[in-house]
Design a protein around this ligand. Structure first.
Ligand SMILES: [Mg+2]
Length: 313
């Protein structure tokens, strides 16, 4: 039996009680509440098939049949909830794969313990991921909003607003359409991160992407697992300097790489060595003491190697 057949069989049974195609939004919410409670009760039934009360002396034989059939009830209630929201088997399979990648990603970073190595704080968008160019291309081809790469704003918010679009909504649409998975890596970014690893740095990616958006989190992890970029850990924060100060890396950061005027200026003004690739939207950083502007990522490697040589002399 395929997943599609399982969903269809469950739908035939659910149709006795409700017609998923004729439900209002409120009906769907109420049914989800009811089915979730019933699902909850089935989880309790499954657990009752084993010894789960640590404080009780009496032991029983685990009931494998019960585990199987209560498991089926759990599966059927889950399928019923999916049917209430008209979620297709294709969507379920895609979501299962997304979660699978994410779980491997999380396991990979959580099993990585920092050993006190010097830390490199590396931004993602427009440092290792070619975000902005891809986003502007998407705006042009998918929304008909034509914004030049040389625009002095990062998201070109006022440009899109003047054309009647909401910049925040466009970014959400970009994420909803699963574009974060498909962005190419920045030229030399793979070599750059691998060289940092070889030079003995802990490569800490730090991005302001909204991890509370589940698709953003899933697609960022998917991208990182398949891009070839080397990294030891990834963190999401809109307040990057505060994140560093509150992290175990405080005082151990050797340098940061960030293209954002806000973050790069904040790092540098607090005495952190900061590199920033030069773009149309971050020219204000040229006036910021402590920010080293570069044309490409490998220039950063040269700078770090030169500094090491100077220290040896
Ligand atoms: Mg960036």
């Amino acid at each position: 039996m395929t997943l599609d057949e399982i969903l269809t069989r469950q739908r035939h049974f659910s149709n006795i009680f409700f017609n998923a195609d004729a439900l209002t939004e409120q009906d769907r919410e109420n049914l989800t509440k009811m089915l979730s409670l019933e699902l909850h009760a089935e989880v309790s039934s499954l657990v009752s098939a084993i010894n789960f009360k640590a404080h009780r002396k009496e032991k029983k034989q685990p009931d494998r049949d019960k585990i199987l059939y209560e498991g089926i009830d759990i599966l059927r209630y889950t399928m019923a909830i999916m049917n209430v929201w008209n979620i297709s088997s294709d969507e379920l399979i895609t979501a299962f794969n997304d979660k699978d990648t994410f779980l491997h990603f999380r396991q990979k970073i959580e099993s990585n313990e920092w050993d006190g190595r010097p830390v490199a704080i590396i931004d993602m968008d427009d440092i290792v991921v070619e975000f902005r160019r891809y986003f502007l291309d998407w705006l042009r081809t998918e929304r008909g909003v034509n914004i030049p790469y040389s625009c002095p704003e990062y998201y070109a918010t006022s440009f899109s607003q003047s054309m009647g679009f909401n910049g925040e909504q466009l970014y959400k649409d970009f994420i909803s359409e699963r574009c974060l998975k498909r962005i190419p890596a920045v030229e030399n970014a793979i070599e750059f991160t691998q060289q940092l690893r070889d030079m003995g740095y802990w490569v800490q990616l730090l991005t302001a992407r909204p991890s509370e958006n589940p698709l953003c989190l899933l697609d960022t992890s998917h991208w990182l697992m398949s891009s070839g970029i080397y990294f030891d850990d990834v963190a999401f924060s809109g307040e990057k300097f505060r994140w560093i100060v509150q992290s175990q890396f405080n005082g151990k950061v050797e340098f940061c790489v960030d293209d954002s005027p806000k973050h790069a200026a904040e790092f540098a003004s607090h005495g952190l060595k900061t590199f920033s690739p030069s773009f149309s939207y971050n020219q204000s950083l040229r006036q910021q003491t402590g920010v080293i502007m570069v044309e490409n990522l490998l220039e950063i490697i040269d700078n770090l190697k030169q500094e090491k040589t100077c220290h040896k002399i």
